[in-house]
Design a protein around this ligand. Structure first.
Ligand code: C2E
Ligand code: MG
Ligand code: MG
Length: 549
């Protein structure tokens, strides 16, 4: 009789389906031949990957996949799998946990297979062709166009900030908007062209064109038809979109590459603010590659605990006392050294990793501050940044509560910094959430104040404690009288609303003196101190003051 191990090896070798065995943390332990064929990865490289690295990680289903596995439950469903050349395939995944009989160690066995037979071709919500049919239409266009001396233009239409509609107005309204958009897009194109729902808030359009200008005209038309407000359940909803465009044969002959290029053009545009169209370029391709690379590295960084929290002191201008600090995350990459948050937070946000990073920062800041407090240092209020997606996370309240309980930090020594642009959507809900934090005793500040578009009428209703004047206004106040007027006005506004006011980015004695004259409460900036590691901040806190002369 064959030994069990030998039987298992034979099954792994013979299976056409991809089989991956991972450990309790979902790091890959073993893969089979089908995996190696699909990923063209040397087995050793695969073993350093996480199960999640195999997925596109763009959909709710995939988030659900990860969350379920994180709690050691079995899962099955559809996922988008990407190989190391970023070729994407929709596959069915079935994950099962098992415990080792002897050691009790958990392993997860995941089998991926392509479900070619029963893939439906139309999107259930909008009745437009779905991703699969769309890929097929692109393929057909690529074959047909050269016969009539035409080119193929692929447009990817990404709705800007669609999550705000879903989060703010609810998924029902979100769905109705998507259906209405599908209708307008279908009306805007020729019958010979195909418009499809790619996934979520992304639509695709493939058409045969004679000149590149044809695609510009269509992109402009689409932006125009979307710009007319949608009236859904008596609410007027405005939508803008980012349209990426890629042309074959100019950019590539390959279908999957064409899709990838179009998507990177769209993403690039979204970062610039959206509501426009943009053609793919080689340089963009390089950027997209770097981004994917960083996404993978960020996942490892989380696992390897490569993030550290720095603290930048906040100083009371009346007596120069250090009253708190802002917790600012840094990534200590083993190869590149210290990476500033501006370089990775946006990627982390897009990759859905900001929640984990944010939780780490929150917990670390609470832990360290609690220790300083218990050791008898002057009580300091430490602020932690919360991005828009973190703020809309349903579990944020629980996470904050749990950090406070775990670390026994008095709640009034914690502050959440929320940017103006996060406080949008359903205002009543926003206010309710802020109130929960206030009721817990936590301070709330509006970060980068003056750069967003908060409505002053809401400002008086937001249960907040602090305004943080954006660095842009401080930088320039010493030379430009109008800029100084703005800081003075924000300080006056804070007074009127009984809010504390903090100036961020004070770099010189001139800044500090002007801000003091204007009646600003607190200052945070390089003039007093750069963000420093915890041990250095502890020394500053022990000394109690930072001097300005
Ligand atoms: P922010 O919240 O507005 O943080 C202030 C930024 O201004 C920090 O940059 C700080 O180093 C910088 N700064 C402070 N004083 C001066 C000054 O006098 N001159 C100049 N030129 N800069 C000054 P940093 O640490 O690079 O952080 C950048 C942004 O990254 C932060 O802006 C925040 O939005 C985000 N961020 C940082 N840490 C976290 C985090 O833990 N979670 C989240 N969600 N975002 C974070
Ligand atoms: Mg901040
Ligand atoms: Mg700021």
């Amino acid at each position: 009789m064959l030994k069990t191990n030998h039987i298992i090896d034979t099954i792994l070798f013979a299976s056409r389906d991809i089989i991956v065995i991972s450990d309790a943390e979902q790091q890959i332990l073993q893969v089979n031949t089908a995996f190696e064929n699909y990923f063209s990865n040397p087995p050793d490289d695969s073993l350093r990957m996480m199960l999640a690295d195999l997925l596109v990680n763009d959909s709710d289903n995939e988030k659900n996949f990860q969350n379920t596995l994180a709690s050691y439950q079995d899962w099955e469903g559809e996922v988008m799998v990407k190989n190391n050349e970023n070729k994407i395939s929709k596959m069915f995944a079935c994950c099962r946990w098992t415990d080792d009989e002897v050691s009790g160690e958990k392993s997860c066995i995941t089998i991926f297979w392509k479900q070619q037979y029963d893939v439906q071709q139309y999107d259930k919500l909008t009745a437009l062709p779905n991703y699969f049919l769309f890929l097929d239409r692109i393929e057909q266009a690529l074959i047909a166009a050269p016969r009539t001396n035409k080119s193929v233009a692929l447009l990817m239409i990404g709705l800007d900030h669609f999550a705000r509609i879903n989060d703010g107005l609810g998924h029902d309204i979100g769905d109705k908007v998507l259906i209405a958009i599908a209708g307008r897009l279908s009306d805007a194109i020729r019958r010979s062209d195909t418009v499809a729902r790619f996934e979520g808030d992304k639509f695709g359009l493939v058409m045969q064109i004679t000149t590149v200008e044809d695609s510009v005209l269509v992109a402009e038309k689409i932006l125009k038809v979307l710009n007319n407000a949608f009236i859904i359940d008596d609410q007027s909803i405005s939508i803008t979109a980012s349209i990426g465009i890629s042309i074959s044969p100019d950019d590539t002959l390959d279908r999957d590459e064409l899709v990838k290029n179009t998507e990177s053009a769209m993403r690039h545009l979204k970062k610039l603010g959206g509501n426009h169209y943009q053609f793919f370029s080689r340089e963009m391709n390089q950027k997209a590659k770097t981004r994917i690379d960083m996404e993978n590295k960020l996942r490892h960084a989380l696992k390897n605990k490569e993030f550290v929290v720095y603290y930048q002191p906040k100083v009371n201008l009346e007596n120069n006392a250090v009253v708190g600090a802002e917790a600012l995350v840094r990534w200590l990459d083993p190869e590149k050294g210290l990476i500033p948050p501006g370089d990775f937070i946006p990627v982390a946000e897009e990759a859905g990793l900001i929640g984990d990073i944010g939780e780490f920062v929150l917990l670390t800041a609470c832990q360290e501050n609690s220790l300083w407090y218990k050791n008898g240092l002057n009580p300091a209020r430490i602020s932690v940044n919360v991005t828009a997606s973190q703020f809309s996370d349903k579990n944020l309240v629980k996470k904050v509560q749990s950090a406070l309980t775990q670390t026994q930090l008095p709640p009034h020594l914690l502050e959440l910094e929320i940017t103006e642009s996060s406080l949008i959507g359903d205002m009543e809900k926003v206010i309710e959430k802020l109130q929960i934090f206030r009721d817990m005793g936590i301070h709330i500040s509006i970060d980068d104040f003056g750069t967003g578009y908060s409505s002053l009428s809401y400002l008086s209703r937001f249960p907040i404690t602090t305004l943080k004047i954006d660095r842009a206004f401080i930088n320039g106040m010493e030379t430009d009288a109008k800029t100084a007027e703005i800081t003075s006005a924000i300080i006056g506004l804070s007074r009127g609303l009984s809010l504390e006011v903090v100036a961020e980015g004070a770099e010189s004695i001139e800044h500090v003196n002007l801000l003091r004259k204007q009646g600003c409460d607190l200052v945070q900036g390089f003039f007093f101190s750069r963000p420093v590691p915890a041990n250095e901040f502890e020394v500053i806190l022990g000394q109690g003051y930072l001097y300005d002369s």
